[in-house]
Design a protein around this ligand. Sequence first.
Ligand code: CAA
Length: 240
Amino acid sequence: MNRVAIVTGGTRGIGRAICDQLTADGFTVVANYAGNDEAARHCEETSGIKCYKWDVGDHAATMDGCARVAEEVGPIDIVVNNAGITRDGTLHKMSFDDWNDVMRINLGGCFNMSKACFPGMRERKWGRIVNIGSINGQAGQYGQVNYAAAKSGIHGFTKALAQEGARFGVTVNAIAPGYIDTDMVAAVPENVLEKIVAGIPVGRLGQAHEIARGVSFLCSEDAGFVTGSTMSINGGQHMY
Ligand code: CAA
């Protein structure tokens, strides 16, 4: 069965690794991205994966974008909600926009994508939704009230939607990555990051492909009995 998968924020970092893994595992994969046209061009050129541009935090754009993917590629069977941003800062310095952008994109994006794709999965009696949460949604993180709240929300969203999808063959799971070697983590000040890595029992940052393998398992036929779960992939930094 040729399943169609969409990965939000799929042209770079963890999202790109997920696209490559799902392609290798036999899925028809498309990537969504919001702004970086150069990364999208590079992704298309090096992988052949079709990239669609819209902001997952924009409800109407997401509904339109998913309809376009379904028309051009086929009904969407698998959604990987990976798109996310950081706007780190301690609360007393954080603006409302920093709060709102992170909630709108990281958590609102999960709602918008699910709203667009879940009804079709439910009708066809098969679907996989994998939400990328975070260790910082599980444990909190200094300077991230916005990001921790949005990621924590993703974990709650996952458990709620899993209950709604179960009867219809639609599983909904989350992966909670720890600190992965991506541009997002590279933006953390060096002295802060050194301390974080010192607290990871495995003694290193994770690699994007280590998250992608987990995602691919959750998307597989074999994972039909796994729903509402959170897979922590964090080098032992937070055992939850
Ligand atoms: N616990 C307690 N105190 C801490 C602290 C901590 N974890 N981290 C910093 N502080 C203290 C500092 O020691 C400093 O104290 P003094 O002034 O007394 O020396 C004070 O807090 C600094 O506070 P400021 O408000 O001035 O902070 P800042 O503006 O300099 O920087 C920050 C704050 C932007 C949050 C910076 O610490 C930072 O970038 N931290 C990393 C946040 C982080 O881990 N982000 C993850 C991004 S990657 C990601 O999110 C992916 C994923 O899913 C894992």
